[in-house]
Design a binder for this molecule. Structure first.
Ligand SMILES: Nc1ncnc2c1ncn2[C@@H]1O[C@H](COP(=O)(O)OP(=O)(O)O)[C@@H](O)[C@H]1O
Ligand SMILES: [Mg+2]
Length: 306
């Protein structure tokens, strides 16, 4: 659905986006992660035709972003939530969406249907006649998401859709993105929120001017550390620790009254580990699994690129 090959953008001397090559599948939620200034917004602006590329290629649904005729077709296929939402502040929420619907030549009846549907889904129907200028940051963000969807695009570009939203509004937007995914839409999502990416993205790209890594959040996490089983023992002693070390040589750490064991397959390995601790007289209070996080992988990649 989205293909970039050696995509590059320079602003004078500065290379903002350097040699990006990636592919996003139809129906995929693809997270584009990177620190401030990494080039995420510049990438979206190139892919959506807001700015030109300096070199390289990119195609959306098989159409070329460098070609103005193709760009017309691309514009009908995509919906964009830009970094700065830019609504008509003097128009009501309803009028803002209606204006865009007319722009895309959607019939009056269909426009009304879609506006009602999205405003309801995002919890803004009751405020439909309020001027957008009076909306809170979160309400504007949601309205701009509805605007990006008014012409029923197959592909969505969302630039930090939950930035500055409160936890409840963020959840509404995240759930909404998953709802869009279930309709098999392709979603390209810029974010620097790793937790958000882990929860909703099928795959993520970590970038800082260049693309540093691309994979599922789970696979990326696994590249930096492994799953750990943490056993909390009532009264820990040398004998218990030695018994666990014997069961899992080389993979055991101790922290206070906790024994931390690196495992590959917890379900397979935990019974022997726990039995060793128990047989050595350990009274087990808690057993928890600690999984590596995307944050660890992200920090590793971003720091190693400095
Ligand atoms: N129009 C522009 N003119 C000059 N430099 C720009 C312009 N837009 C972005 N940049 C620079 O490109 C780099 C990437 O910016 P941006 O794509 O906004 O990053 P991100 O969205 O990841 O925070 C930054 O160094 C930024 O200052
Ligand atoms: Mg940005």
């Amino acid at each position: 659905m989205i293909d970039a090959e050696n995509l590059t953008r320079k602003f004078g001397e500065l290379t903002a986006v350097d040699d990006l090559t990636f592919h996003v599948e139809e129906g995929e939620v693809f997270g584009f992660l990177g620190p401030n200034g990494a080039g995420k917004t510049t990438t979206i602006r190139m892919l959506t035709g807001l700015i030109s590329k300096t070199s390289g290629k990119a195609q959306i649904g098989g159409y070329d972003i460098g070609n103005s005729e193709d760009m017309q077709k691309i514009r009908r296929m995509i919906g964009v939530l830009p970094e700065n939402v830019g609504l008509y502040e003097n128009l009501s929420a309803y009028q803002n969406l209606d204006y865009y619907g007319r722009f895309y030549k959607i019939s009056a009846e269909h426009r009304h249907e879609r506006i009602e549907y999205f405003l309801n889904l995002l919890g803004l129907w009751d405020q439909r006649n309020l001027r957008a200028g009076k909306f809170s940051k979160g309400m504007k963000q949601k309205l701009a998401i509805a605007r990006a969807l008014i012409h029923d695009p197959q592909i969505l570009f969302l630039d930090e859709p939950t930035a500055n939203l409160d936890p409840e509004a963020s959840k509404t937007v995240r759930d909404f993105i998953l709802e869009l995914k279930s309709e098999n839409r392709t979603i390209f999502l810029n974010t620097h929120l790793l937790d958000e990416a882990t929860r909703i993205c099928d795959r993520v790209g970590i970038m800082k001017t260049k693309l540093l890594a691309i994979d599922t959040p789970k696979n990326l996490s696994k590249t930096v550390s492994s799953t750990k089983t943490v056993i909390q023992i009532e009264k820990i002693n040398y004998k218990i620790i030695e018994a666990v070390k014997k069961a899992k040589p080389g993979k055991v750490e101790v922290n206070g009254n906790k024994i931390i064991v690196e495992v590959v397959d917890a379900v397979e390995e935990n019974p022997d580990i726990l039995e060793a601790a128990f047989t050595a007289g350990g009274r087990i209070q808690l057993v928890t699994e600690v999984n590596p996080t995307l944050e660890e992988a992200y920090l590793k990649y971003v720091r190693s690129s400095d």
